[in-house]
Write a protein of this length. Structure first.
Length: 324
């Protein structure tokens, strides 16, 4: 039989349970994730959803500190410094300039880059297997895909001889792609018309140059800056009946003749997985980079008809998606 003393002790213990558990619940960790980029990517929705699927819920255990430079790479260092002062737990960078700014701003806060073209050649990391330092993430392999894109473009438009290439010269990774295109073009009997840009206003000069000295087609090296003017680019291409190849799937769906490359939205969960591992204690320098496993060839036949181009059957058979 239970004594009155034992019952009293048990009752006291039960009464004390809420006062022990409640403070633990109130002190649950709230993580601060910094996001840094030239502009907000549409695929950022997929990244945030991927983190939510991993248990990080905004307003409960997660706070986002997003900083976008409005297309001006000059603003990026100050925004990176701001995230460092906020003492975020991880900085997620979209594009090369953001990753470079974050690397300059901190050696202590982990940085996960999401969609950087060539992080080794641009000096962001030591190597793919062991990045070292405080950076790791997902690369899109776009430098390596440049030759393949030019080859596909030549096959899709057999009369192609002179190609205008437009890229953001303020992003080292984009310049590497342009250099790779220059090295590849002679082997495909192509000449390149180089049209570097640094600000959104530079597109008008690029359009004027192509109007005065018409190319046979346009190779668009895609990044956050160039995507901001895609609507105007598509309009220019239609008006001048110019075929084009872009790097990422949304462009072909929205009006380009074709695109070949990975989906940034498909890469978003992998970037989120890096964040999850780091928040659980992993060191970014010990986490090997990840690369795409799928590349999408998309052909827009509606755009082809609008500019009077007939796509060879061999290309259509290889396409992952054909837009009618």
């Amino acid at each position: 039989m239970w004594s009155l003393r034992r019952i009293a002790v048990l009752a006291t213990a039960i009464l004390l349970i809420p006062t022990v558990v409640a403070p633990q619940e109130r002190s649950a960790k709230v993580y601060r994730i910094g996001i840094l980029g030239l502009f907000q990517r549409p695929s950022e929705v997929a990244f945030r959803q991927a983190l939510r699927d991993l248990g990080y819920v905004e307003g409960r255990n997660l706070v986002y500190e997003a900083r976008y430079a409005g297309g001006s790479a000059k603003r990026m260092p100050a925004l990176a410094d701001e995230l460092v002062r906020l003492k975020v737990d991880v900085i997620v960078t979209a594009g090369g300039p953001a990753a470079e700014a974050a690397k300059e701003a901190t050696t202590a806060i982990p940085v996960v880059f999401w969609g950087v073209g060539d992080p080794v050649a641009t000096g962001l990391i030591l190597n793919v297997a062991h990045p070292g330092g405080n950076l790791t993430g997902v690369t899109e392999l776009s430098t390596e895909l440049t030759a393949k894109r030019l080859q596909l473009f030549k096959e899709a438009v057999p009369g192609l001889a002179r190609v205008a290439i437009i890229w953001n010269a303020g992003d080292h990774a984009m310049s590497l792609r342009a250099t790779e295109a220059e090295a590849t073009a002679p082997g495909l009997a192509l000449s390149l018309m180089s049209l570097p840009i640094r600000e959104l206003e530079d597109f008008e000069r690029a359009f004027e140059a192509m109007t005065q000295n018409r190319p046979d087609g346009v190779f668009m090296v895609s990044d956050a800056l160039t995507r901001q003017r895609e609507g105007a680019i598509f309009e220019f291409l239609r008006a001048n009946r110019l075929p084009s190849i872009f790097e990422f799937p949304p462009a072909a769906r929205d009006g380009a003749l074709m695109s070949y490359g990975p989906s940034l939205a498909e890469l978003a969960p992998r970037a989120a997985a890096f964040v999850d591992k780091i928040l659980k204690g992993a060191k970014p320098g010990d986490l090997p980079l990840e690369v795409p496993t799928r590349w999408h060839l998309i052909v827009n036949l509606k755009a082809a008809r609008a500019i009077g181009v007939t796509i060879p059957p061999a290309i259509l058979l290889r396409a992952d998606e054909v837009i009618e």
